[in-house]
Unconditional design. Structure first.
Length: 393
């Protein structure tokens, strides 16, 4: 454990008067995974959140997409995404074994497609960059795409397969993580944390999404995303299996099929802090989705929802001890990648909380001191609505 705080020795009574080894602020997927890992190592863990799992993860599509989400200028982030995605198969298997909960982990892969010639040209620029990084991107002709997904529109001009980009259902993942953490000994306290000075623990982990701004002074801001959920009209599985990420007349959209009939369609990216759903966003997303998969016009529209991703100035997460408070660990700022980065974040932060080295090369590009403002936790203010769990992709 990091120095400077009281410790808990396994075998001592877990009564309420004992100071926890670790307090995790935030019960989204990242916070709960950290709590689970810490409890597995014998630490006394308390998780503080007034409404677990009700924030960004409730909106998230759950794409595990280190390839499709590899963007220009984000090489170090892409490395972290790739490392975490590689941990997901074992992480998912362990979580399902510990809880008996099916978390909807699926491995069919992701098809990246362009509807028009202009769309395809734009997409190919990104695929070429991803291939330069050594990522597994396999170009496909239109006929090859429709062999894999016959429901794709005949207009689709071409695409590529990211076979290692998988998916999980966040609305199943979060309850499973909570159950796993509690079975391992973590205690969930449904109360907010408004000031870290009032938290008594050997180590405090701030995994509060956008709320980390008000608690730590870190530059975490809300980035609004609007998402739709459709359902196949016959109650069966959707008429496609792969995650589809496409460009349709200049509009980017993703389509995520669930085995139980749901299709997640998203998502907008807006520099706003409200969670209102706009008619224009619904129209744009539906139009792009139906252009790529015409059968979706017959699906039921069952939910329109908006959430707030915790963004940072460089779009990368903030992981590790605060410069002026070494016993406070940040695990926030995951922006579009909160779900895919859950396993690696949990491992890295748990290592720190149990005395691991702070010079892990995976952590180096994402340390909080790259944004140090010297506010001592009194810096950027976060909205009440954005005090929630990690981002979605």
């Amino acid at each position: 454990m990091l120095s400077g705080g009281p410790s808990y020795t396994r075998g001592v009574s877990r009564g309420p008067l004992l100071t926890p080894d670790v307090v995790v602020v935030g019960a989204g997927p990242v916070g709960l995974a950290i709590a689970w890992r810490c409890a597995q190592r014998g630490l006394r863990v308390v998780v503080r959140d007034p409404a677990p799992g009700s924030g960004a993860s409730h909106v998230a599509a759950g794409m595990l997409a280190p390839v499709a989400e590899a963007y220009f200028g984000e090489r170090e982030l892409t490395g972290l995404l790739t490392e975490s995605a590689a941990r997901w198969p074992e992480f998912a298997a362990e979580l399902e074994a510990a809880t008996g909960v099916d978390i909807g982990y699926r491995t069919e892969g992701t098809l990246m497609v362009g509807l028009t010639a202009d769309d395809l040209a734009e997409a190919r620029r990104l695929w070429a960059y991803q291939q330069e990084l050594g990522l597994p991107v396999t170009p496909l002709r239109p006929s090859q795409l429709r062999e894999r997904e016959p429901a794709l529109a005949p207009r689709v001009r071409g695409g590529a397969l990211a076979a290692t980009d998988h998916q999980v259902d966040p609305r199943r993942l979060v309850p499973a993580l909570r159950l796993a953490a509690e079975r391992a000994g973590a205690v969930l306290v449904p109360e907010p944390v408004r000031n870290l000075a009032g938290v008594l623990a050997g180590v405090t982990v701030v995994a509060a999404g956008c709320g980390a701004a008000a608690l730590t002074g870190l530059p975490v801001r809300p980035v609004k995303g609007q998402v739709l959920r459709l359902r196949a009209p016959d109650g069966g599985p959707p008429g496609f299996r792969h995650v589809i990420r496409g460009y349709a007349d200049g509009e980017q959209v993703y389509l995520v099929p669930r085995q139980h009939g749901e299709v997640v369609v998203g998502a907008t990216v807006e520099e706003r802090s409200d969670v209102d759903v706009s008619a224009g966003a619904v129209l744009r997303l539906l139009r792009a989705a139906i252009e790529l998969l015409p059968e979706l016009a017959e699906y039921d529209l069952v939910e329109t929802v908006a959430g707030l991703r915790p963004g940072t100035p460089d779009n990368a997460p903030i992981l590790g001890p605060l410069p002026d408070r070494p016993n406070v660990l940040a695990a926030t700022g995951h922006h579009r990648h909160g779900i895919v980065l859950t396993p690696v974040t949990a491992d890295l932060i748990t290592d720190l909380a149990t005395g691991g080295a702070t010079d892990d090369p995976l952590l180096a590009p994402f340390r909080p001191d790259r944004f140090h403002t010297g506010t001592g936790g009194r810096g950027v203010a976060g909205s009440e609505q954005s005090r929630k769990d990690e981002a979605w992709s």
